[in-house]
Structures are given as structure tokens and as C-alpha cells.
Design a protein around this ligand. Sequence first.
Ligand code: NOJ
Length: 759
Amino acid sequence: MTIHRRAVLSGILGSAAAFGLPRITFAATEVQRVDDLIARMTIEEKAGQMTCLADAFRPFNPPNPQAGIQDEKRLSEEIRKGRVGCLFNGIGVAGARRAQELAVEHSRLGIPLLFAGDVIHGLKTIFPVPLAEASTFDPAFAERTARAMAVEATAAGLHLTFAPMADVARDQRWGRVVEGSGEDVTLVSLLSAARVRGFQGRDLRRNDSLLACPKHFAAYGAVAGGLEYGSIDISDETLRETHLPPFSASFSAGALSTMAAFSEINGVPATADRALLTDILRGEMQFRGFVFSDYTADEELIAHGYAEDERDAARLAVLAGVDMSMQSGLYIRYLPELVKSGAVPMGTVDVAVRRILYVKMAMGLFDNPWRSLDEDVERTRFATPAHRELARESAGRSIVLLKNSGILPLDPAQSRKIALIGPFGEDKDNVYGPWAFYGDPGKGVDIASGLRAALADPADLTVVPGCGADAAIEGGIAKAVEAAKAADIVLLALGETQTMSGEAQSRTTIEIPAVQQALADAVTATGKPVVVLLRHGRALALHDGVANAQAILATWFLGSEAGHAVADVLFGKVNPSGKLPVSFPWESGQEPFFYDRKSTGRPVVDNRTEYRARYTTTDNSARFPFGHGLSYSDFVLDNLKLSDTAMRWDDTVSIAVKVANKGSRRGSEVVQLYTRDRVASRTRPIRELKGIERVTLDPGESKTLRFSLTRRDLEFVGDGNRRIAEPGLFDIWVGQSSTGGLHAQIELYAAAPGANTPN
Ligand code: NOJ
């Protein structure tokens, strides 16, 4: 008999409808099996299910190579005793089979292991870093690349990825900006949900379905000063309005696990925060999967000054709602005694174990513990030509043309001397990006190789590093200047190494390292036309020789096909269509900087007008705003039409705009809808993104795009943490970035009984 999940899992994993996963069903025998297991498990075995340890069978665990049980023999013993439920950050089928065999065939209860890992932007085929791919503003495309990553990851014996990062990154000094989808709640929500769908596919039981783990719950992107592992002081409203929605969207898309953030919120570390992990996550947000701690984060409660000792830390974490402890081993060490002494109720442990077992069941591990552990599949799924092709397409779409005086695109057939100058011209070590541990070193295409492959005569290209990423090369700048003088055009490959962003790579400034800036200044002083190719994992504050170049391309970390994609865009094979998911401020000191900020009582006019919310030294605008990105086509928007300028309570207003390609090339534009609530019982941001529409047009072609707005889109979190809309005037902009655009207004009328009145 097959029982629909809705009937069986109420209160455990929630309804199928809540997850949007229509095909998950459990047989009565499966339900019985979970119940029987829980009844038979000792407290040690329960604590084991709630423990995830670094994988010593196929040791990778790159960021922390010395931690945990390093020895396969010792870890084997733990698995045999049922003291581990999950291994993480190892890849390879053979090792995984050895571990799974111990769990399934040699442990008392035979519960299969879950294999997790950080597959953030690819396994063997490395796709652009998530921030780069966010520039596509294209959720459907992100879903496709996530699917490809899942196919490779599951072929390598993984069941779950610690991704997507659904944190809204509000400060570019934070190194983890690179791992997410930028600064805006709507964009991050759309992309996170799309990635969950892509990773998981349509059926969790399939061999190539990779469970998603949206992280880091919650508000990790709001760490003060952009300091990794830091603290967050945040209002309930901002938490709910800016930081929780991407998680809700990910859960609605089907994610069955999440990870508590390392950080503390308002004085309580997330790992010990019952209000956050239980009341909000499970009560308000209806999450029914299981919660990982981050890496040793339970143990770190001691350093936070929140737990007295390890035992206390384990107690606080489990009571808060952390179901799976990552790497510290605290649960296995302390839960048995904590339960025996009554400090932790057995019921709390049972609920956690039940959540974990049901997720294992949902992905078919009980039926087939060998799913995703097939050596034949492993041999055929890595870095296939189709994946490389997709990576190249993704990389091309992720590039943002920040500035173009008309110098781009270059004609590949025209013979001219090109000098490729800068530390990243021929560099292969910084092509992938910071979260590509499993990629084969040196297999990414560097810029020089990409250019040579595209040029009619590769001898037209001269490559000179000029300096290292952070250190001078003796005589380097002089040689670079010489090469620039001898060339017709200069390409300056500058920016950050991949170790300058990512976990634990917070920076006080978001600038190009001084030695590279000096190189750029010297090269631009030659007067030769310069195109800057930026490499970076965050928004940057650009200056002088870099900012003044004739053209600038934001190329982030583009992965395996980086060099080809850069050449595709430079030579016009790909018409750039990327849009910035993060604002590029003028100066580092403007951080935290995001476009959806508040007006203040004294809105800034410019940096000269006194007694305004301004910095005396810098315009507090962006050099390149959120949503900005040029094309080789020339898109013009006009004819903005609203179906009505009055919106009654339950109305939908449709907004139409005509987009025309007045250029001479086929290209794509991302048209963006923003609103501003003029007067509200809580001050509202000066703009909020409400919709994106991508359109591809031939030269001379035009199309009418349509957006729709309802009251729901105009809601915000008001008193009592309720989402409310308030009647009154709203500005609307439809444009090509978060600044400018065609403007209109609508008025929302309160017609609903009991609706709020305007203040
Ligand atoms: C710590 C990071 O914060 C988290 O994002 C990652 O998934 C874990 N380490 C596991 O590597």
C-alpha cells in the first residue's frame, strides 16, 4: 500500500504540497520501518545518526585538512558501532562504497550513511561562482547549471550539497559574497529556489538527485563589518524582510535540510537559538527537514561565551533545534549522558533522528543504499563535452560589461597587436574560484589560451604579467609599459586571487591590490586604449587607471571555461547581457552599501551639500549600480503603460513596456521593475526590485514586456512581524538598472474589510 506523504508525514516532514515535491510518497512499510528503528535504537545510535564527520575514506575536506578523525580504520569502527550518520567532503565511489558497506552490512541496524559535500559551483566541470552566475538574472539558467553539477556530484558518490548559499550579502567586505546571489532579497530568493530545483531534480529518489542545503540560517550576510564568523545585530523586521525570504523560497522549492549560521544574532549564537531554529524556522516558516550545525559550530558556543563547556554546548544546540552536528563529535560524546541525566528529553532526540531518517528515506537510501555509488556512472559523467559547453555558456552570460567607450567588441579577424598585461593573463590558479575543491587543478582555460584560440593569428598576442597579484616583479611594470607601447590595444587582467574571497576572507577594503593599481596606472598613462578584465569574488571599488579604462568587464571567477568565455565576449561572439547582483561603490568606506537603502530625513543631494546624509569625501551613490550591465546592442525602453493607476485591494495591475533593440547586433536585455512605497508606518527603501524580465531581440526588433503587481508585492513586515500592505502612493520604475528608468505611480486603495488605513 502506498500512503501519500501528506497523510504520513504531517508534523514530521510536512506535506508534499509544502515542498512542491509531488512525487514523494512513502509506503506503509517504510513508515513502519522508521518507527521500528527509532524504537530499537540505543541513545548512542541515535546520537550517531545525528553526527556528520569529515570523510576519511576519501579525504578531501580542503578547508580543514587536520580536523576530525583522519584515520579510515578508526572511522570504520565508529560506523560499525552506528556512531556516525553522515560523512562529508569526500568524493569518489570506491571509498563511499567501503563506508556504506560498513554502515549497511556491519552496523547493528544497517542504517545507510548520507554523503554530503560542498559542491558550490561544480565538481569537475567548474561553473562560474554563484555570484557571477547571479549576474545572469536568470533563474531558469541557474537551475540548468545546478542540475549539471548534481549529475557530476552524485556520480562521485555524494547525496547532498551544502548549497545554495541563500544569504543576502549586504557588505562586500565579507568574503562569502562570492558564494551567494548578491545583495537583493528578490534576486537571491529567485536564484536560491532555482538552484534547489536544479540540484534536486524532479524526483529525490533518482540516482542523480542531489539534496540541497540552503545556508546559513539566518542573516549570515548581515555580519557586522562584513567580518566572517562575526555577530549580527538586527531588527526582527529586517530579519524577516531581507534575510528569511530566500530560505522560505528554497524550502518551497523542496529543500529538506538547512545549516545554522556560525554567527550570533542579537546576542544568541544561531546554533543555540531556539527562537530562530525552532519557533521561526519550524513554526513560522513551516520547515520540516533537518538542520545541520555548521562546521564545529556547536563546540564554538564555548568561544562565543554562550556555553560553559562541551556538554553544555551539545545540550544548547540540540535543544535549540540542531539535528545534525557537523564535525565536532559533541553529540556522540555527550547526548547519551545528557539524556540519561534528564538534561535533554529523549523526545527531542527522537524528533531529530526521525527528521534525518525521513530525509534518508525520501531520497531512497533505505531501498537502495547504493544509489549514487556506481563506478560505471562515475567514469562517464565528469566534465562531459555537454557540461563544458554549458559552463562556457554560463561564463559568457555571467560577464558584465560595466563600461564601454565603443572599443568593444574587438574584431578577431583584424590584425592588430594585443598586449595582455596583468597577473591573471596566463594564470591558471585563479580561474576556477574559491569553492571548487574538487576541480582538477590546471584544467581551467586561462585568458591567454582563450584569446589565442579565438585570434586569427595568435602571434598578435603578447602576454606580460607586470606584477604578481599582491607582489611586485622586479622590472615588471617597465616591461608592461613597453609591451603596451608596442601594442594597438591593451587588455589588463587584474583583480583578486581566489583566496581573497570565500570563507574567512573578509577584507577591510574592496580595492585592487596596490601593486596592480600601480601597474594599471602606468599602463593607462601610455595613452593606449585599455580594456580591463576584472577578476573578483565581490564588488570592487575601482580607481584611476582601472576606472578610467576605455572598457571594463566584470569577469568574476568564471570556472573551467573562463578564458574561452572572456574571448567570446571580447570578440563579440557573445553579446554581454550580465547585470550586477551587487553595487560597485566609489569607495570601500561606503560599505555596507546596497541599492535598497533608506531615504533618511535628509536625503543626500551630493557630497558638497551640507547637513545631508552624505560622506564629505564621496558621493554616496554607486559607481556601477545594482542591476547595471551594458550590451553591444542598444536597448531603448518606452511606452510604459499601466492597466490602471489605481490598485484596489485585490487587484492585479499589469505593467507593459516596449523594449527596442536599436543596435546592430542581436542581444539580450534584463528589464527590471522597482517600486517605492512613498509613506508607510515603517520607512521603506528608496527602491525595491519586484520583477525581472529577460528579452532577446534582433537588431531593429522590439517587444512589449509585461510585469504584474498585486498588493502582495507591496507588502512589508510591520508591527508584530506581520506582513502588511498599506494604502497610498507607490512609485514604479521600469528600467535597465536600479537607477533611472521609466517612471509611473500607482495608488493602493484599502477596500478590504479591516484593512489598514493610510497613516
Ligand atoms: C563551513 C562553511 O561555513 C559552510 O558553508 C560549509 O558548508 C562547511 N564549512 C562544510 O565545509
